[in-house]
Design a protein around this ligand. Structure first.
Ligand code: SAM
Length: 209
């Protein structure tokens, strides 16, 4: 099977990722706040990349909580590992796997998708992840989307800015719609002049055995 183009992209650009993500740090913080994390929670960071969200997630769950980072790019994950070692965090577990097949050590209380368009467009990934989340798990998402049609130049900008980062550009008009099947109370807010969004809600499902 052909290698996903995003794996090739992050092999070449993992080292530049943190600098390129700086302009969305304020949004990241808001998105994480939407998880309403509590001390002791188990939180899943899907497509965690280099671990740019880790410090805020860990502050919220405290030493009694646990953070699981799932990431398919070994190059991004190597930087996440380095970040953990530098900070000396001992309640973070990293799993190198695709979201479609990952097996978590325990059901999670909260799930973060920060700029993971490929994952939120994959039914297989969403089904696999939410099978491993408690009923009522809190969900927060930030991501890319198309602005309205009348802002056509921004659509070109959107495609230009995200070239190579994602395997699919399918579903950019409403990237959250598959997630909404599992999180029916999902609230969506447009960001970055319509080229982005954040969304939050609760997983409607039943708890895993
Ligand atoms: C734009 S980066 C975002 C990284 C991180 N969430 C952040 O906010 O900084 C997208 C990440 O999702 C990862 N990814 C894409 N598809 C994935 C999948 N199916 N399973 C796991 N990780 C995936 C990519 O390798 C990449 O690291």
């Amino acid at each position: 099977m052909a290698e996903p183009s995003s794996l090739v992209h992050y092999r070449q650009h993992a080292g530049d990722y943190d600098a390129s993500a700086q302009r969305t740090m304020a949004l990241r913080r808001r998105t994480i706040a939407m998880l309403a994390l509590q001390p002791g929670d188990w939180v899943l960071d899907v497509g965690c990349g280099t671990g740019l969200s880790f410090s805020w997630l860990l502050d919220a769950i405290g030493p009694g909580g646990a953070l699981i980072g799932v990431e398919q790019s070994p190059d991004m994950l190597a930087l996440a590992r380095r970040r953990i070692a530098t900070a000396g965090w001992n309640n973070v577990t990293l799993i190198e796997a695709a979201a479609e097949v990952v097996v978590l050590p325990r059901a999670v209380d909260a799930v973060l998708f920060n700029y993971t368009h490929d994952v939120i467009r994959s039914r297989a990934a969403l089904d696999n992840l939410f099978r491993q989340a408690v009923a009522g798990a809190r969900v927060a998402v930030a991501g890319i989307k198309h602005p309205p049609r009348w802002l056509d130049p921004f659509r070109l900008y959107r495609r230009f800015k995200s070239r190579g980062c994602y395997d699919t550009t399918e579903g950019l008009d409403a990237p959250w719609d598959r997630l909404q099947e599992l999180v029916p109370d999902l609230q969506v807010e447009s960001t970055l002049w319509g080229t982005g969004f954040i969304a939050w809600g609760r997983y409607r499902g039943v708890s895993p055995e």
